[in-house]
Write a protein that binds this ligand. Sequence first.
Ligand SMILES: [Zn+2]
Length: 96
Amino acid sequence: MPPEPHKTNCRFVAARIRLGVPRADGRRVGERDRQVHFVSLPDDRPAPLVLRTLCGDPLAREVTELLDHIAGMPCVRCLAHVPEARRAAHESRRSA
Ligand SMILES: [Zn+2]
């Protein structure tokens, strides 16, 4: 069997912060704050405590919902990074 060219060790999942979580500035998270970010998660390990989104915003796992579909407004900065992150995932696998 030839190796599968598109297989990687990580997957992209959509993630957003839960409603009502206190923010650093003292407000609580409302619908306006709930952009759907994309996170690259390792397949073979549990998700880290702080999820690093493709756009660079850290999301604490305990206040984050992982979605199996995109609901609501996607983060455009994350969307812009998807092709790049995909390529990086392929390259790190190849050199491993
Ligand atoms: Zn984002």
